[in-house]
Write a protein that binds this ligand. Structure first.
Ligand SMILES: C[S@@+](CC[C@H](N)C(=O)[O-])C[C@H]1O[C@@H](n2cnc3c(N)ncnc32)[C@H](O)[C@@H]1O
Length: 471
């Protein structure tokens, strides 16, 4: 670190402090927001996936506010006065800062507080007080105020992400002025525990907000979820100012008539619905509508364009992958049965479904608009090449959430880069067929379990016979 004068000449350095939850998505979220707000951000040090602290540069503090007012991964943003690889190094740096800026921060009219935080290693209260007293040389003039000080400083020691064997000395040490917190409070505010209408497929609120950020939803955007279920993805889109539309093949789900998913609830309340959730969160003004419809037979006007499509299509595990259809050939319904006819459903192959989703997005997204969707994969087989792709859609983010030893789902973000040619739209999309293998493997693991159980039974029986013989 240079002196404070050097520091001012450079872009200011900031510490982005992240929550250690859903860490695979944090970089994608921040990069989407950086692109949404056209922010210039440089990494001073390239962070690893697990690292909750990023040292970055921004051109000005307004950008920090823009980012923090949208990010759910971000815990806090701190203007870094200095940082070092050792405690001694940090204090040496700080002692050289005798400029007006530091004096200004410790002005006699301003109250302050220094918060000591350690990450990855536990320290007692008195050990933390000792760390605090090491700052006695700072030119404080103002009063210490523990609640709502004018300036809040953070001193942070980072010991890595494995608290079971932390190093003796910290890897990184930071000191800076707190600026703003991220939107972590939304995780609690939108908790499923207190949400009126939920189902088995409702998305965790943090992931929903991450998706809306990756989709770069902004005020006035038109947003669609074509597999809307209980509408959890649309809540976050509406919160960021999007106008929301949803469709789902499941009539009972959209009408809040499916079996309640809360164990404590025997029957659904009369008014459970996606709209009721919007009312609960005071987002009713953003709600356009939800409709029962089969995505395999979409009916939208060609001219309708969405700013973003956010969706979690069915994988056939918790919910059926179906579309309207019948295996019988040349099937007709008589006039008298038409009014009461409930159409039959046939299997909607996952490959076909993603093909349709990409085709729909090529056609109905605005240029620059984003499709953010989950895609299930068989981990061993995964390669980027096996992901659905299209000439009109650029894959801009791709992160994994592990579901089991064999499977995971990937959150894919595509950006529309060109309009499709009228004739060759089908040729613009490539989808690998993976589902058969996925299910074969599920069958295999079941079979393996059955064999293991039978073997255990057999061994127990042998032991029992042996004991009997010994007696
Ligand atoms: C994984 S869930 C989506 C959950 C949703 N994000 C939520 O908040 O509850 C997939 C949804 O796709 C619906 N679906 C299945 N096949 C469909 C089809 N052919 N057309 C439209 N929706 C379909 C299911 O009824 C289910 O609600």
């Amino acid at each position: 670190m240079g002196t404070m004068n050097n520091f001012i000449k450079m872009n200011k350095k900031y510490l982005l402090w992240f929550a250690q939850e859903h860490i695979e998505f944090r970089r994608e979220e921040i990069m989407s927001l950086v692109s949404l707000f056209n922010i210039k951000m440089n990494f001073v040090e390239e962070p690893t996936l697990e690292q909750p602290f990023w040292v970055v540069e921004f051109l000005n503090e307004d950008d920090v506010h823009l980012l923090a007012n949208r990010s759910v991964s971000l815990r806090s943003c701190i203007e870094l006065l200095t940082f070092a690889k050792s405690v001694k190094g940090l204090h040496e740096n700080l002692k050289t800062f005798s400029t007006d800026y530091v004096k200004l921060l410790f002005d006699d009219n301003k109250s302050f507080k220094i918060e000591v935080e350690t990450f990855g290693k536990h320290f007692t209260h008195s050990e933390k007080v000792n760390k605090l007293q090491a700052f006695d040389y700072l030119p404080y003039k103002g009063k210490v105020k523990l609640k709502d000080p004018d300036t809040l400083f953070y001193y942070i020691e980072y010991y890595g992400t494995d608290p079971t064997c932390p190093p003796k000395e910290p890897y990184d040490v930071y000191f800076g002025r707190w600026i703003i917190n991220g939107l972590r409070q939304l995780v609690k505010k939108f908790s499923l525990k207190t949400r009126k209408f939920i189902g088995n497929t409702t998305m965790d609120p943090q992931l929903s907000f991450l998706m809306a950020n990756q989709a770069k939803v902004k005020k006035g955007d038109l947003i669609l979820d074509p597999f809307v279920g209980t509408g959890s993805l649309l809540i976050s889109a509406a919160y960021f100012g999007g106008y929301i539309l949803g469709t789902d093949i499941d009539y009972l789900m959209l009408h809040g008539k499916t079996r309640p998913s809360r164990i404590s609830q025997k029957v659904r309340e009369k008014d459970e619905s996606i709209k009721a959730n919007m009312v609960q969160y005071n987002l009713e003004s953003q709600y356009l509508d939800v409709m029962v419809s089969d995505f395999a037979a979409w009916y939208w006007k060609d001219s309708l364009k969405f700013d973003a499509i956010l969706t979690d299509p069915p994988y056939g595990i918790r919910e059926a992958t179906e579309k309207i259809g019948i295996h019988k050939e040349a099937y007709t319904i008589s006039e008298e049965h038409l009014a009461t006819h409930i159409p039959a459903k046939i299997e909607y192959g996952i490959s076909q479904m993603y093909f349709d989703l990409l085709k729909f997005s090529c056609k109905h997204l605005k240029i620059g608009g984003r499709l953010v969707c989950w895609f299930p994969v068989f981990r061993e087989d995964y390669t980027v090449e096996s992901l659905p792709s299209s000439n009109c859609l650029k894959l801009v983010a791709n992160s994994e959430q592990i579901l089991s030893k064999y499977t995971s789902r990937r959150l894919l973000t595509y950006e529309k880069i060109k309009e499709p040619g009228e004739v060759d739209l089908d040729n613009e999309i490539t989808i690998a067929d993976f589902r058969e293998k996925y299910f074969m493997l599920r069958e295999e693991t079941r079979k393996e379990k059955r064999i293991k159980k039978a073997q255990e039974k057999y061994e127990n029986y042998q032991q029992y016979l042996q004991k009997k013989e010994n007696k």
